[in-house]
Write a protein that binds this ligand. Structure first.
Ligand code: HEM
Length: 507
């Protein structure tokens, strides 16, 4: 009996000690939060929802309601000016819309990508995801080495050589749309363009033919799941610990594993071909293999590193372009005047021919304007963030070294201050003679960490749009909304379901 009461006393003491330790840790954490408030509260910002959680409840509510968090950033930018602060637990992010500061920070290599966002993307819920690949590498040397090796696969000479694939895959889409038009069916444009961009990246980057317009594949869903998982993982620190989210978290891990295991298979097949002395294309996959160490002494980390870049290109090289195309197709349904102008341009430059050349693309000036305007209103990858290595002062407000600073092209693109009547879709803003937007339009980011695939994406988008405009007219079926879905990247909320007609039947 005495033994049990001794044991019970011991347990009580242990619990008391544990309670005191937790209490001290909690108080210490609260003090640390207070310190971050003192450090940053000279920067204007909206009132916090709570001392501990900062503004997180506002964002979580927007996400629960299916809203776009960037609209809140926009609202706050209008209220609090070119520099404002957002808190979440002990973390502070400063949003900057001032063009001069955007130039100063983004154009310089000295401010790395911020660790809060990019370190998190190394893994998703414990499963390695983008790792140290090109988008997420924070260390300048590590990033620069990769970028140098990748650059040749994006040179204009190499991109010219991709015109055949862009044409061929876009032509498959036209065949599919032709069937849909003949049978008077409805076309889910978002799904269709997703298949095209995924087919293209697989063919030109990895030398693999998927033909997704005619076969089913788990990849589009896996990409969507990873992106959704990425959004929750970055924006909600407690997401994975809530029991109701467990099935989704498992789905995200499996989706990441599927992409990485596919990468491992394709990398190994390519390495075997290289070892057997076979001629292999100088495509992105070959470059990815080159970014790792020499083949003989490849470590497990080198192998993982190659897969980081495989997943990076699999995702970065596809989704954003498909969403841009879908937004553009959707926007044209409510601007018949713009569509008519595009039809005239396409008739003049391409006429009836099927094969679009690289030189034709340069002549499709108005189409370029329309695609740029699409990304102003619908910046499919809305922003980026940097960690300041030194203190800067913006608009008289001091931002300390070490701060995470966010730059948001969606927000700037929709500000009256930068674009008059910002919600109006007006491609003439990007007329060759119009003044260039000054550091307030950057859908591909600016500076050394800007998008490597910008020209690739816009060539591909132009080929698809030019063929679509050449052959078809389309209308949204009733019930389709013009809303945006925020899955980290932005996409049309409804699938841009359209009825499609052959233009030749209309003339
Ligand atoms: C409309 C289409 C696209 C948009 C709007 C877009 C946008 C962006 C943005 C905003 C970034 C910076 C990301 C960040 O700072 O976190 C980025 C980086 C990147 N994008 Fe794109 N992208 C597009 C298409 C593509 C394509 C087609 C590829 C590849 C074929 C690609 C490959 C990359 C890579 C490799 C990076 C990392 C560059 C670096 O840090 O060196 N992107 N893109």
């Amino acid at each position: 009996m005495a033994f049990f009461s001794f044991l019970f006393g011991l347990l009580l003491n242990a619990l008391l000690v544990l309670f005191i330790v937790l209490l001290v840790a909690f108080l210490g954490y609260c003090l640390y939060i207070k310190y971050t408030h003192i450090k940053y509260d000279h920067i204007p910002g909206p009132p916090r929802d709570s001392f501990l959680l900062g503004h997180s409840p506002t964002f979580l509510k927007i996400m629960r309601d299916g809203g776009v968090v960037h609209d809140k950033f926009l609202e706050w930018a209008e209220i609090y000016g070119p520099v404002y602060r957002v808190n979440g637990l002990h973390f502070v992010m400063v949003t900057v819309t001032c063009p001069e500061a955007t130039k100063e920070v983004l154009m310089s290599p000295k401010h790395p990508k911020d660790k809060f966002t990019y370190k998190k993307l190394f893994c998703l819920f414990g499963q390695r995801f983008l790792g140290n690949g090109l988008v997420t590498a924070r260390d300048h040397e590590m990033w620069y080495k990769q970028r140098r090796i990748m650059d040749p696969a994006f040179s204009s000479l190499y991109l010219r050589g991709l015109m055949g694939t862009f044409n061929e895959r876009a032509e498959k889409l036209m065949e599919r749309l032709s069937e849909i038009a003949d049978r008077k069916m409805e076309a889910n444009m978002l799904n269709l363009v997703n298949c095209v961009t995924l087919d293209v990246i697989n063919k030109v980057a990895f030398g693999v033919e998927l033909d997704l317009l005619n076969t089913t594949s788990p990849f589009p869903k896996a990409i969507e799941t990873c992106l959704k998982g990425m959004m929750y993982y970055v924006r909600d620190s407690f997401f994975e610990f809530k029991p109701k989210n467990r099935p989704f978290v498992k789905e995200v891990r499996e989706a990441c594993r599927l992409l990485r295991s596919t990468g491992a298979k394709w990398v190994n097949e390519r390495k075997t071909a290289m070892q057997n002395g076979e001629e292999v294309p100088k495509d992105i996959l070959t470059q990815i293999i080159k970014t790792a160490a020499a083949e003989e002494n490849m470590t497990e980390e080198d192998e993982e590193f190659m897969l980081d870049n495989f997943v990076t290109f699999f995702i970065a090289g596809q989704e954003t372009t498909a969403n841009q195309l879908a937004f553009c197709i959707r926007e044209l349904t409510r601007h018949p005047d713009i569509l008519e102008k595009l039809q005239k341009e396409v008739e003049e430059v391409i006429g009836m021919k099927q094969e679009i050349s690289y030189d034709d693309l340069g002549k499709l000036v108005y189409l370029s304007q329309v695609l740029k305007e699409t990304l102003r209103l619908y910046s499919t990858a809305p922003g980026t963030s940097r960690e300041l290595t030194e203190e800067i002062t913006v608009d008289g407000i001091r931002i300390p070294a070490g701060t995470s600073v966010m730059f948001n092209s969606y927000v700037c693109g929709r500000m009256e201050k930068f674009f008059r009547d910002p919600l109006k879709f007006d491609p003439d803003r990007f007329h060759p003679d119009a003044p260039k937007p000054y550091y307030c339009y950057y859908p591909f980011v600016l500076g050394p960490r800007s998008c490597l695939g910008q020209n690739f994406a816009q060539m591909e988008a132009k080929v698809v749009m030019a063929k679509l405009i050449q052959r078809f007219s389309w209308e949204l079926v009733p019930g389709q909304s013009f809303d945006i879905q925020d899955t980290g990247t932005l996409r049309p909320k409804s699938g841009v379901v359209c009825s499609v007609r052959h233009r030749k039947d209309e003339i």
